[in-house]
Ligand binder design. Structure first.
Ligand SMILES: NC(=O)c1ccc[n+]([C@@H]2O[C@H](COP(=O)([O-])OP(=O)(O)OC[C@H]3O[C@@H](n4cnc5c(N)ncnc54)[C@H](O)[C@@H]3O)[C@@H](O)[C@H]2O)c1
Ligand SMILES: *[C@@H]1O[C@H](CO)[C@@H](O)[C@H](O)[C@H]1NC(C)=O
Ligand SMILES: *[C@@H]1O[C@H](CO)[C@@H](O)[C@H](O)[C@H]1NC(C)=O
Ligand SMILES: *[C@@H]1O[C@H](CO)[C@@H](O)[C@H](O)[C@H]1NC(C)=O
Length: 407
């Protein structure tokens, strides 16, 4: 009588074993699959963009520096050139940009395409998004942050003043918060502007001249940035270098800037508006070619000392620097128009009007002896040479064949 019951119990036991074995196999299988991905093993809950970020941030095998650099505003004009130059020498580079519509976002997308083809990932995010930044800084230990994201332009502040506060003040503070919390803290190199000299009339502009008379909201937010940098350096031991750029121009440039819009309008046969000062005084700018600025910026990265804070303590005072990066030779606007006329083979239809008092200053002129001494900065491109490179790029970029092949 006992035998069948035993047999029954035996097959139930077998059945249970069988199912447990299958369940275990399934469990082991699912457990193994994700961890075969090396990135996942280290950081199990990373969303897809974070994996891409980690890859992009890795210094190349031939890197002499072993650095990982975050470039904010990487889809911007200067940001694109800087990111490419860093990558070319082997640094790991990650970009961040919100691709805002201040000017043609297609141009920003195409710059980011160029970066992607060179192994640089640009995260689409706002620098005022603290959660995104926290995630980004958790995924990568950046050695340097090159901060170029900003609301640029002087006259746009009349229409959208809030955008300057959002990016240049709130966004900058948010970025510095992420930097001071990071362990180890990165060194920061960021773009201030020649506009901080405002109504200063001593020439050439020197770092020691007064910068408390801004002529535009843009200038005021850049000046505020320099003061905010001072505070974060003082309190948290962040190593910070501010670079005052002087009218940077070149290929992949900014459509809202004078040399770019003049080129566009002259090629379309449209009139261009040329501002002049009181008493028919010519407006002049110290135009600086983008490759010269990039060289100065990379030298600032290479001479930046490490930040000195960690876990809320500051070991010793950290480095705080400000440099002019200009060309030291202001060019009157009329001469710029003349150069463009010759390069484009088009006669400009000039409409000369008095410069309105809405933010622009009459002239800029950099004294770069401090940058020469500390960074070895020597600008070598004159306006004629630089504008030729810009025009070559412009004609190629807007040629129909280029757009056909791109889409
Ligand atoms: N080009 C010049 O002549 C010049 C002169 C002086 C200072 N600067 C400064 O140099 C830096 C770079 O200038 P640029 O000419 O390349 O300008 P740009 O407008 O081409 O680049 C800035 C980039 O930052 C991005 N950005 C803006 N706000 C952002 C935000 N809140 N979050 C994320 N991304 C944001 C924009 O989308 C843009 O791609 C800026 O800080 C600018 O103020 C430029
Ligand atoms: C480093 O290697 C990359 C390709 O891996 C190359 O594009 C770059 O030119 C190299 N840089 C140097 C300085 O050798
Ligand atoms: C910036 O972000 C903070 C939240 O992190 C928000 O409170 C603030 O309104 C934002 N500032 C601007 C000017 O957009
Ligand atoms: C430029 O600045 C330096 C200080 O950095 C100063 O010694 C020099 O006299 C200045 N040059 C001119 C022409 O003002």
């Amino acid at each position: 009588m006992d035998k069948p019951r035993f047999r029954l119990r035996c097959s139930i036991t077998k059945l249970i074993f069988f199912w447990i074995a299958i369940l275990l196999t399934i469990l082991i299988f699912f457990h193994r699959t994700p961890s075969s991905n090396p990135n996942r093993r280290v950081l199990p809950s990373l969303p897809a963009w974070e994996n891409v970020v980690v890859q992009s941030a890795k210094p190349l095998a031939n890197s002499t520096t072993g650095q990982s650099v975050l470039v904010t505003g990487a889809a911007g004009f200067v940001g694109t050139h800087v990111a490419l130059a860093l990558k070319k020498r082997g640094d790991g580079v990650v970009g961040i940009d919100n691709f805002n519509k201040y000017y043609d976002p297609t141009l920003k997308r195409r710059r980011a395409d160029l970066l992607r083809r060179n192994g640089i990932f640009v995260l689409e995010a706002d620098i005022n998004d603290s959660e995104k930044l926290a995630k980004l800084f958790r995924s990568v230990k950046f050695t340097h942050v090159v901060h170029l994201a900003a609301q640029a332009g002087v006259r746009y502040a009349l229409r959208n003043p809030a955008s300057y506060v959002h990016s240049n003040i709130a966004g900058f503070v948010n970025l510095l918060e992420a930097c001071k919390t990071a362990n180890p803290q990165p060194s920061i190199i960021w773009a201030s502007s020649s506009s901080v000299y405002g109504l200063n009339s001593k020439v050439p502009f020197s770092e020691t001249h007064r910068t408390d008379q801004p002529a535009s909201l843009y200038a005021a937010t850049k000046k505020a940035g320099e003061e905010i940098a001072h505070a974060y350096n003082h309190i948290y031991g962040l190593s910070i270098t501010g670079l005052r750029f002087f009218t940077v121009y070149g290929p992949w440039g900014r459509p809202d800037m004078m040399y770019y819009s003049f080129t566009r309008d002259m090629l379309r046969g449209k009139p261009i508006v040329v501002f002049e000062g009181p008493g028919h005084k010519s407006v002049a700018r110290d135009f600086t070619y983008v490759d010269d600025v990039v060289k100065g910026l990379l030298a600032a990265v290479d001479t930046a000392e490490k930040s000195t804070g960690s876990g809320g303590k500051v070991e010793r005072p950290a480095q705080l620097r400000v440099f002019n990066l200009g060309n030291t030779s202001p060019v009157p606007v009329n001469e710029v128009v003349g150069l463009l006329e010759r390069l484009l083979g088009v006669k400009a239809k000039k409409v000369v009007v008095p410069m309105p008092r809405n933010g622009d200053v009459l002239f800029t002129h950099a004294n770069v002896s401090l940058a020469r001494r500390e960074l070895g900065y020597v600008p070598t491109t004159d306006l004629k040479t630089g504008l030729r490179k810009f025009v070559d790029w412009y004609l190629d970029y807007y040629s129909e064949s280029n757009w056909k092949s791109a889409w």
